[in-house]
Design a binder for this molecule. Structure first.
Ligand code: GUN
Ligand code: FE
Length: 421
């Protein structure tokens, strides 16, 4: 049986309130699956070659549970409008360009490489509505060593002229895309992606809800991001008391669903998320950039909701998930101020848990370096980060790395047991 041993300062968060650190520890893999983390290498592995990373940090790689791949082309631009104007002014135009498959290839190749370079190995991504470019995105993610889900976007109303599909086109292309992609890739699978309630007719939602149920497919969309959006959903679905019900009534709100944002969810909506087993993708940088608000992450966690982190590029301008993790900490501090010091902010360890273990769980892993999971990890060389007057502990170095590292500090990346950087 193939055994691998990796050595270094191992840091992981198996639980939200637990950061495990093993200095100069050993990570043992059998057939690419984690056997355990050890302070001393067990006798039976003494003859195995050790991949020795010396004083470097070894931690789980990141899971980005909400992002828009075509919007990589507008990263860092058009941040002067709130959500609905931002979509109409910049975003739909940017996505319309992905009708061109050559352009899609160029952008998606670069995106996939950048994500791996920055230590993201699990992703839940929106493509555009275009079938050929969606296949290209899946191909490029697969080639780069990513794992996770990609969705062809469904949007058959309220999108203007630049980017639109009819209900028939949307349904036909979705079926063809599922046929083409479901078995084609080892690590990238399809996820149903109604863009959000305002851009999907009831007919389309009914079709997608049925598909989700018949084929047991995961679903991703947006929920309660912005107050104007919420008011619009109320107008479109007067029978729904709250936004979430516009997904629930079509069978698109269950334990295989991930909903981005959830900024304005009140107690009743949060309870519905919890009771239906829906996953939340908290996107802190996007919520500030698009002036959406500050999500009540502490309340969600206290109430037992499953919260993960998303870059939401290009509403979010941070592709590197270590930066999304620290953005989540800052957003939680803004929330603490907003709630007159009642909601606690997130600790570094908690935010790290959300960006690693919690996200990994959405993809079916146990998270942390748990026995039986395949290895998803990064190796960080922090020797170029600012010099401290005293010798730092591994925990201090870990915290500093989350705030300050960039892709140059990430010297190795493992994804599903394969070394991909
Ligand atoms: N709601 C519908 N589409 C989008 C999008 O592309 N980005 C964000 N942040 N919210 C959305
Ligand atoms: Fe989004």
């Amino acid at each position: 049986m193939a055994v691998q041993v990796i050595k270094g300062n191992i840091v992981h968060a198996p639980e939200i309130d637990r950061l495990d650190i093993v200095e100069n520890g050993y990570l043992v893999l059998k057939e690419s699956k984690i056997e355990g983390v050890f302070v001393h290498l067990p006798q039976i592995y003494q003859n195995v070659d050790v991949e020795d990373y010396g004083d470097r940090l070894i931690m789980p790689s990141f899971a980005d549970t909400h992002m828009h791949a075509p919007q990589y082309a507008m990263l860092g631009m058009g941040m002067d409008l709130p959500l609905l104007d931002w979509l109409n002014t910049y975003t739909f135009k940017t996505e319309a360009a992905f009708k061109d498959t050559g352009y899609a290839r160029e952008v998606y190749q670069k995106l996939a490489k950048e994500m791996i370079a920055n230590g993201t190995t699990r992703v839940c991504a929106f493509s555009s509505l275009h079938l050929p470019s969606t296949m290209i995105l899946m191909e490029e993610f697969e080639k780069a060593g990513m794992t996770g889900y990609v969705g062809k976007v469904n949007m058959d109303r309220n999108t203007g002229d630049v980017l639109s599909e009819t209900t028939e086109e949307s349904m036909r292309d979705t079926l063809k895309w599922l046929d083409d992609s479901s078995e084609k890739f080892g690590h990238i699978k399809p996820i149903l992606t109604p863009r959000f309630t305002p851009t999907c007719t009831d007919e389309l939602m009914t079709f997608l809800g049925k598909l989700a149920q018949e084929r047991n497919l995961p679903v991703q969309s947006h929920l309660s991001e912005n107050t104007s959006e919420i008011a619009w959903v109320k107008e479109l679905h007067p029978d729904c008391r709250q936004y979430w019900e516009s997904y629930k009534k079509f069978g698109l709100f269950n334990e295989r669903t991930v909903m981005a944002h959830c900024v304005h969810c009140d107690e009743r909506e949060r309870k519905a998320i919890k009771d239906n087993g829906v996953w939340v993708a908290h996107c802190p940088d996007s919520n500030i950039n698009l002036v959406s608000g500050t999500a009540g992450v502490r309340k969600m966690l206290n109430e037992g909701l499953r919260v993960t982190l998303g870059s939401d590029i290009a509403g979010g301008a941070l592709l590197a998930m270590n930066q999304v993790i620290t953005a989540a900490i800052r957003a939680s501090k803004a929330k603490r101020i907003e709630t007159q010091w009642t909601d606690d902010f997130l600790t570094v360890a908690e935010a790290f848990y959300l960006g690693t273990t919690s996200g990994a769980k959405f993809f079916g892993a146990q998270g942390g370096f748990a026995q039986g999971d395949t290895l998803h990890a990064i190796v960080v060389d922090d020797s170029s980060l600012p010099l401290s007057a005293k010798k730092l502990s591994v925990q201090e170095r870990f915290e500093r790395a989350l705030y300050l590292m960039n892709k140059d500090n990430i010297v190795a990346v493992y994804s599903d047991g394969r070394k991909v950087k």
